[in-house]
Write a protein that binds this ligand. Structure first.
Ligand SMILES: Nc1ncnc2c1ncn2[C@@H]1O[C@H](COP(=O)(O)OP(=O)(O)OP(=O)(O)O)[C@@H](O)[C@H]1O
Ligand SMILES: [Mg+2]
Length: 332
């Protein structure tokens, strides 16, 4: 870099002017281009287009959710009943502090990293993973996983409302689905189709009449054509009922499993973080939570905290926690 360029760069840094810094970066890219360093110029250009991170932000921490108001201000409504076809969870209400086995956490991160680097990937003709299927036992974080993806990518979160889209009128469910896909094609957002088994049931199932086959066919077509700027997440705990043709249409399929011992430990510690604990017997606790879902563990811990608070105390003891955890397992 020549002296004049360096001085301009330092002036822009000390003024804190984003605009000047951006111009300087462009000059540097052109400079590299002229020197015949096309690869480097391309890479720098890609970096420039990425969402800027604060220099204080550690690399692995989630990006802040976008606070920008949604562009989907007019949600499509069901033709017959005028109900919105999907609902929105505001960014600040997204549940995102997930506890997962490292291998599963890594796969969630990969989706988030690819989305963040989508423009850089595009320079090489590559696409980020956009169509994601989450499957696994109830209460282990499929719905929460979709919220966490929205939080970490900064995308607005929308969830399909089955009560509004499913219609007994011929062809209307498929038309409602199409309306949703058309709406999300216009704006970057994360669309969650939760419990997607209800629209993706196997076409082979003998109990299902022609309409479900039409719905599955149209869902397959919509999945094929999905090229929206955001993410599409489908979730199910009835993976065996999904039509086989659905599976291969996703870019990534993640199993969200029941927590192992490490995860149970962390779930208990983080849920109880707001109170004091005394004499926790981990061997007993791990035995009592064997085969539990994350939801059952979180519920048990919260109930233990409530009983302590109601009793005017501050400390959760092993006995109180064990009893609450056993009760939360019975309700499953
Ligand atoms: N991996 C996790 N880490 C932390 N908390 C979790 C996790 N999984 C579930 N929870 C807790 O359990 C609650 C229920 O989880 P969630 O709704 O995501 O389960 P699900 O897999 O979608 O279940 P279902 O199949 O019944 O829809 C969450 O709101 C959260 O409090
Ligand atoms: Mg769910």
């Amino acid at each position: 870099m020549n002296a004049a360029l360096m001085k301009r760069l330092f002036r822009a840094i000390s003024d804190g002017s984003q605009e000047d810094l951006h111009k300087m970066a462009k000059v540097i890219i052109e400079d590299e281009m002229k020197k015949g360093h096309g690869g480097l110029a391309k890479e720098l250009n890609g970096l420039l287009k990425e969402k800027p991170r604060s220099s204080m932000e550690p690399k692995n921490l989630p990006l802040q959710p976008s606070t920008a108001p949604s562009n989907l201000s007019v949600l499509p409504r069901s033709r017959r009943y005028e109900q919105p076809l999907y609902s929105n969870i505001p960014s600040d209400q997204l549940e995102h502090n997930m506890i997962l086995p490292p291998a599963v956490e890594e796969r969630f991160r990969r989706i988030e990293q690819e989305y963040a680097a989508r423009e850089r990937l595009a320079l090489y003709g590559l696409l980020p993973r956009k169509k994601i299927l989450l499957y696994g036992p109830p209460g282990c974080g499929k719905t929460m996983g979709a919220q966490r993806l929205a939080w970490n990518t900064g995308l607005e979160f929308y969830k399909v409302r089955f009560d509004a889209i499913v219609s007994s009128y011929l062809g209307e469910t498929a038309a409602n689905l199409r309306a949703i896909f058309e709406a999300v094609a216009q704006t970057p957002c994360l669309l969650l189709i939760d419990e997607c088994d209800s629209i993706a049931k196997s076409r082979q199932s003998s109990q299902e009449v022609g309409e479900i086959k039409r719905i599955v066919n149209s869902f397959l077509q919509l999945l094929d054509d999905y090229d929206a700027p955001g993410l599409l997440v489908c979730a199910t705990n009835l993976d065996s009922e999904l039509d086989t043709a659905i599976w291969r249409r996703f870019d990534d399929i993640l199993e969200v499993p029941k927590p192992g011992q490490e995860e149970i430990n962390k779930l208990i510690e983080t849920t109880l973080a707001a109170v004091k604990t005394q004499g926790l017997n981990w061997e007993q606790l791990l035995k009592a939570t064997n085969d539990y879902s994350a939801a059952q563990i979180v519920r048990g811990c919260r109930n233990a905290m409530k009983s302590v608070v109601l009793a005017g105390q501050e400390t959760v003891t092993n006995g109180v926690l064990l009893q609450a955890i056993q009760e939360s397992g019975e309700k499953a």
